[in-house]
Write a protein that binds this ligand. Sequence first.
Ligand code: PXP
Length: 248
Amino acid sequence: MPRLGVNVDHVATLRQARGGSEPDPVAAAMLAELAGADGIVVHLREDRRHIQDRDLALLCQTVKTGLDLEMAADDAMVKIALAVKPHYVTLVPERRQELTTEGGLDVAGHKRRLERVVDALQDGGIPVSLFIEPDAGQIKASKAIGADYIEIHTGRYANAQSEQEIETEFRAIVKAAQLAARLKLGVNAGHGLNYRNVQKLTAISEIVEYNIGHSIVARALLVGLDQAVREMKQLISRSAGTGHGARG
Ligand code: PXP
């Protein structure tokens, strides 16, 4: 059964809106685990717009399932990761002006620099995942520099509007997941997944983990975090079958 990683960044976004201490993403992580999350995900951004260093330190001590730290591939972040030791790291591209992570890492174009970062983290005992577009060249480059996992960027699939566009993006994810699995890379997926679009992806047996944030936190505001996590767990546990199932 695939795993659900719950990203609690946007609990921190709400806290930062008033600069106080509530709601606390550390409390949210505990509730998400109690509701069945298989892992907790946070992105410590350079501008600290949501998750803070304090959150990361506490989460490393309290998360029972597995903490995935999303971070930019730079020396300052590597130093932090090696000090706090999350269960694993997902390297993501980061630009200051973006609303959220836009596009995957260009692994093929920055092999040397990324290999150095992957090596440093792995030498510290931290497995590394690379957040990339469903693209054969990026997958092969990820394998070449020694990544343990890839996370397929599902943003284009999530943003697709017409049935034809959805099918095209879905097929790209299928092909990418199959190639990565053949290369013995672990396959995660995430970005823009929600209660309507996630189930179609569950037909792709190579995907072992879904990392989902915004839609779960948004739903939690209305139905509670416990229910929001349980509903998402149910959706990803129920296979969509052949991959031709309805998305809606
Ligand atoms: N995976 C990665 C690598 C991300 O950067 C993000 C966004 O922080 C997510 C998953 C979760 O995306 P969303 O909040 O759209 O579910």
